[in-house]
Design a protein. Sequence first.
Length: 344
Amino acid sequence: MIINDFFLHHIDVINNTVTPINLQLNPQNLNDYVEELLNEIIANPNRRTYTFKEGNTEVKTSLDKILENDSDIENITKLNAERLLEKEVNTQEWMRSRNMSVEIQKGSLLHLHFEINGTKQIIICKVEHDEILNELNFEKVRGLNTKKKVFKAILIIFDGQQKISENYVFDKHNSKYWWDDFLELKQQYTDDDNTEKSLNAIDVALSTSLKNKYYPDYLILKNSFIGHYRNNDDLNYFNVIDDVVQNYEPVNSNFPKNQIIEKLNGLPAKNGFDPQFTVVKKRIKKRIKTQIKLANNLFLSINDFVDNLKNIIEPIKDDQGNKYIKILSSEGYEKIQDWIVQNG
């Protein structure tokens, strides 16, 4: 790895100031920091796919000058930091005008220009840096904290003609002021697309793998996925898989949990949807609509999502080998009891 340039600017929303920070890092420490940063951004699956908007947008225009090591590069990176400050101030004022108690995370803007195997790359990220005491003279100095997580980041990878070939955006909060206002990106997949595509892909994956051989497990898992979409506004797809499948105790002891998890984990790349998005409720078109035959002319009907389905319906078998369906229902109990009395 070759690190060409790095610039850090402290963003102070309260005082509305941008301050350049002189990073005093030796080459090895800086290389280690960048490698950890890259691993965190690339390895993290919770990202969305974006492209830069058309035209000479500010941050996009600065990228060429950073690659070319423009003589005014320090001022160029500072202008980006001032742009971020402006967007953060505006966003903070907007939230306060609506009596929102959320505070924008304090941090600094880091620009890194580096090469890996001849491939030029740029990282622009919001990071935490600390004020610490120098152990030699006990003066206060500012530095990057390698133990802290990155708040928000974009990694831009260039081809041989210095054109953008890939970019990765990492922001667990999906903050609009970061990707839209500051970076001026546009989402490749909308929240409508992500909601509908992901649910369709999950439905197909569960149906083809489980419906015939593991029907009770299929029914419970499908119900649980729909429940997560109905009950959450912002959704992290991989966290949902952990909640629904990883922690699931199957009805059938032969349930292929690991294979199902692997299959579900591959759906975003295979079917073209982001693993992190805001759920659009009107796009939840998948519903649990099924009838389970219990006996001649007797069916169990499930019409939509049921909360805690596995705790309500349970298949049981007695010592004589008789098989039953046990359903927890006070309302049903009363009605069935009355019906038996009347038709006894």
